[in-house]
Design a protein around this ligand. Sequence first.
Ligand code: IFM
Length: 439
Amino acid sequence: MTFTWGVATSAYQIEGAAAEDGRTPSIWDTFSREVVGETGDVACDHYHRMPDDVQLIKSLGVDAYRFSISWPRVQPGGRGPANPAGLAFYDRLVDELLAAGIDPWVTLYHWDLPQELEDAGGWPHRDTAYRFADLSMLVYERLKDRVRNWGTVNEPWCVAYLGYEHGVHAPGRRDFGAALAATHHLLLAHGLVARQIWTPENTVSIALNIGTSTPASDDPVDVAAAWRADGNVARIFLDPLRHGRYPADVVEDLAARGYTLPVHDGDLEIISERPIDLLGVNFYFGQDFAGTDLEGNTIDALGRPVVREIKPDAPVTDLGWPITPDRFTKLLLRLHHDYGFPLAVTENGAVYEDHPDASGFVADSARTAYLRDHVDAVFAARAEGADVRGYFAWSLMDNFEWAEGYAKRFGLVHVDYETQARTPKQSALWFRDRILSRP
Ligand code: IFM
C-alpha cells in the first residue's frame, strides 16, 4: 500500500471571493462578521489565484491535495440546482491538480453551511442532512469521473459542539440538546452520502478530530472520567460508524441528564451500511482527564460525575496547544486495534508566530520540529502495525483560522495578506525533502 503525502486546506479559510459568481453567505460569513471581526471575504484570494496555488502545491512534491467544497458557492442558499459558476471552479481545480500530477481529495463539508439552512434550523434540524446529500450529489456527479477520494464531513465534533453547544464557532449557539441533535444529523448526513457515492474505485472517508483522552492517574475515578470524555468526543462518532450503534454508556449518561439522540428507525443502518474505506484522523494535541474537581469532589453541582480536562505537562505551540506526538502514536494504534479502519492523517500542524526575515523567508524551526516529530509518530504507529496510509499537513498556507482570524498561522507557506505573496517557509522545504526521502 503506497503512502500518500499531502497538504490540506478548506474553502472558507482560503478562497475569498465571498460574494462573487453567485456565492451567498454561509454561517461563517455571518459569524466572522458579527463575532470574529475578521472575515473570509478575501482570505488568501485562492479563488482568483488557484492555478498558481496548484503550482505552489506541486513545488512541495506532495502526492495529494485535500480541499473542501464551498456549499454556498455550489448551491447558493443550500437548496435547488447547482450554480454553474461554482461547480466550474472546482472542475477547473480538479483539472489543474490532475495536470500537475496531484491527486484531488475532496471534502464535501468543512463548516460553511448556507445561512438559509441555519435559519431553517441548521444541523440540529434533520432536514439539513438531506440537503447535504443533495449538495453532495451535485458535486459528485460533476467530479466523479476524475475524483477517487471523497471525504464527507470534516470534524463533526467541532461542528456540533463548538458551533451549537459552546457557541465559539458558527453559528454561535449555546444549547447542548441542539449539539446532540447536530451530532446525529452529521452522522446521518455522512451515511446518506457514503451509500450513494461508494464504488469499488472510490475511497469514502470521514475526518474526525478524535484527540486522546488519557486518565490523569491510575485512580479509577480518573480512568472513568477519561472514558467518559472519550465517549463524548470519539466513541459517539466511531461506534455508529463501525458498529451501527451509539455507545451504551454514553446513551446512559445522556439519559441521566435528560437527553436522547434523535435517532429514527433505520438511521443507524444508514450510518453504518457502507463502512468507510478510510478514517481521516485530524490530530493536534492530546488531553488528560481527571474525575475530581479542584476541591476533590467527584460529583458536580448538577449531580453529574466530574470530567475535568487537564493539559498534559508538555511544551505548547503559540495557540497554547500541548505538543504530544507520543499520544499521536497511541491514538493511531488504538484506532487500528479497536476499530480496524484503514487510517489517514488528514490534518496535523501547528501555530507559531512567523516572522519573515529581510528577504521574506520564515525560518519556522518550531513548526518544522512539530511536523517532524508527528510524522515520526505516524511511522512509529505504522511500525507497530497501524494501517496508516497517508499524512496531510495542515495547512498548505496561512489562512483564516476561524475564531482566531488571521493572527494564528498554520501554514507551511507564508502569506502576506497585503500583497498575497506566498513564500514557502522552512517547514515547507523540510516537508518536501521528507517526502523525497520516502518511507
Ligand atoms: O483550521 C482548522 C481546520 O479548519 C479544521 N481542523 C483544525 C484546524 C486548526 O484549528
